[in-house]
Design a protein around this ligand. Structure first.
Ligand SMILES: *Cc1c(COP(=O)(O)O)cnc(C)c1O
Length: 233
């Protein structure tokens, strides 16, 4: 059995250390517990340690867990989202991190209007230009953000990236820095319905560097819950 309390203590220490290093407040960074593939009892154990932000990457798993877990959890959709599944989650999540096309944003807007809700989203950038990853290239971000801004019931809150897997997290520092720079550029354009308050970047391997470069949300799975077992998936 994983010692969630111990894991969380270490993560908290590291987050505080990273904040301190660059003169940021701990309150500027939200820890998202990435609970994909993990059983409800693990989520409950982490919930009992006062974590309220959870991230999932599959719609079916997400909706199942939403039904089974306490109501005060903020759910984050962090995985690739198919347009035909938008309707299942649009009124149930705090934030959709993984918007990478206008067609997906249009579907989110359509379903949000239907359900009379406003949906907060992030635009996902494939910062390492990796073929295996979702997200748009950094060059395309501004055009996409401007187009999404014209849609109803959807609000761009910032940017998200999944940086390349690296052994030395310093290798990703320039990528995180670039995301931050992009967000500053976009903010300067003062687009209606667009804010750049959220930068969702940094995972188990590199969250400290991401925080030093301006992350406001870090998505941590294995360092909190332990290694994932995909054998049943
Ligand atoms: C799985 C996942 C994470 C967490 O990864 P760890 O390396 O286990 O912390 C974060 N973000 C996304 C988009 C993921 O799919």
């Amino acid at each position: 059995m994983e010692d969630f309390k111990k894991n969380l203590e270490i993560i908290e220490e590291n987050i505080c250390e990273a904040c301190k290093k660059v003169g940021r407040e701990r309150s500027e960074v939200t820890l998202i517990a990435v609970s994909k593939t993990k059983p409800l009892e693990d989520l409950q154990a982490v919930y009992d340690l006062n974590i309220r932000d959870f991230g999932e990457n599959k719609v079916q798993e997400l909706t199942g867990k939403i039904e089974s877990m306490p109501d005060d959890i903020k759910w984050h959709m962090i995985g690739h989202l198919q347009r035909n599944k938008v309707k299942y989650i649009v009124d149930k999540v705090e934030l959709i991190h993984s918007v990478d096309s206008l067609r997906l944003a249009e579907e989110i807007s359509k379903q949000a209007i239907k359900k009379n809700v406003n949906v907060n989203i992030l635009v996902e950038i494939n910062i390492g230009d990796e073929e295996s990853k979702f997200g748009i290239s950094a060059d395309e971000v501004k055009v996409l953000v401007r187009d999404i801004a014209k849609l109803d019931n959807i609000k761009v809150q910032g940017l998200m990236c999944v940086a390349p897997y690296v052994v030395d997290s310093e290798e990703n520092r320039a990528f995180f820095h670039k995301i931050k720079d992009l967000s500053v550029d976009i903010m300067k354009e003062n687009i209606d319905n667009v804010s750049m308050n959220v930068l969702s970047m940094g995972m188990s391997n590199d969250y400290q560097v991401a925080i030093e470069e301006g992350a406001t949300m870090v998505r941590i799975g294995s360092n909190l819950f332990g290694k994932r077992d995909y054998s049943n998936h």
